[in-house]
Design a protein around this ligand. Structure first.
Ligand code: ZN
Length: 339
């Protein structure tokens, strides 16, 4: 049996492309799997890993589901594939894979603090490199999935580079990235690229309906996410659409001086999901700015956009969250946009 959710059509296209390359012997040692957060990079990587590790893949490229490798894959304790945070990172650190030739590199638990690390460190990469020098336990391929690649710290990149410079047949290293431009150029130049793109509107809408969402709600969410079905699905499931409506209402109240920035900041903190709220705020500024490109109001809106994003960054630092949020809301109120 396949323990993974089925691929969406746009994921299937990229998967087929990878399978053709595999069959033609043109699938490289190192691959960047890129695309916006929640578009399905992780699911694609795991589905591809199942296929690469399978001892007897079907003619259509799918894993057989019966061999020892497929059985081990199915026995993996918990599939975390869809548990991805809005910033694209897994919602909890990866443990060991039940499959001996499949490795995950992500935010591991710090041995001393017991909390997830905030980056991927050199010791993790070295341990992986050591593991990849051993013979595959099932005698087939070995696959390592590094997710998210943006979490690899500077010294760990040098260790990654070393493994990229010593490719071995049957060893695959896949780096998952929302924004590959931020990865070191020396890494990018050594990787092939598999890209997941936003699908056409009708395909996205069909998929959302197949996921069980009512058509009108699905269309609204697709609109709000500017055509991103994975994000729309997440927002419909986790209250993100309702959160967005709240943020729109708060932003309007600030503009019309019906609300005070500090009161709104306190409420956002008390009610939670502050980072997501700031993201919605930034998106709101961006979508308004897109309507007004080149006009004087454009600069004001970009100022709001920057302020909201700066506050999101500050939430990850030692700065008090309330101050960070307050600053973004103040920027929203301080300027009036003539439309
Ligand atoms: Zn199999």
């Amino acid at each position: 049996m396949n323990p993974l959710p089925p691929l969406a059509p746009w994921q299937q296209r990229t998967f087929d492309q990878a399978c053709s390359a595999l069959d033609a012997g043109q699938f490289g040692h190192a691959t960047l799997i890129v695309g916006p957060p929640r578009i399905g990079k992780r699911l694609l990587a795991e589905t591809l890993a199942r296929r690469v590790l399978c001892a007897a893949p079907e003619a259509d490229g799918a894993a057989c589901g019966r061999c020892k490798s497929c059985q081990l894959f199915a026995s993996r304790a918990q599939m975390e594939t869809l548990e991805i945070r809005p910033d694209g990172s897994p919602s909890h650190p990866w443990g060991h894979s039940a499959h001996p030739d499949l490795y995950f590199l992500g935010y591991e638990i710090h041995p001393r603090t017991g909390k997830p690390r905030t980056e991927i460190v050199i010791d993790q990469v070295r341990a992986l490199s050591d593991a990849l020098t051993l013979t595959a336990q099932l005698g087939g391929a070995q696959v390592a999935i590094l997710d998210p690649a943006s979490a690899v710290n500077w010294s760990a990149w040098n260790a990654v580079l070393k493994t990229l410079e010593e490719p071995q047949p049957g060893r695959f290293l896949w780096l998952l990235a929302d924004n590959p431009a931020r990865l070191p150029a020396t890494i990018r130049s050594r990787c092939q690229r598999l890209e997941l793109r936003l699908p056409p509107h009708d395909e996205a809408l069909d998929w959302l309906c197949q996921c069980g969402h009512p058509a009108d709600a699905a269309a609204d969410a697709l609109d709000a996410t500017r055509g991103h079905p994975g994000l729309a699905d997440a927002w419909l499931r986790d209250g993100g659409m309702a959160l967005r409506r709240e943020v729109l209402a708060d932003a309007r109240a600030l503009e019309q001086a019906r609300a005070e920035p500090d009161a709104v900041a306190q409420r956002w903190l008390a009610e939670g999901r502050a980072e997501e709220r700031l993201w919605h705020l930034a998106e709101l500024a961006r979508s308004h700015a897109a309507d007004l490109t080149g006009s004087p109001a454009d600069r004001t809106l970009m100022g709001r956009f920057d302020a909201a994003n700066r506050a999101r960054d500050l939430l990850r630092t030692q700065v008090r969250a309330e101050l960070a949020i307050h600053e973004a809301l103040l920027a929203w109120r301080a300027t009036t946009v003539k439309r």
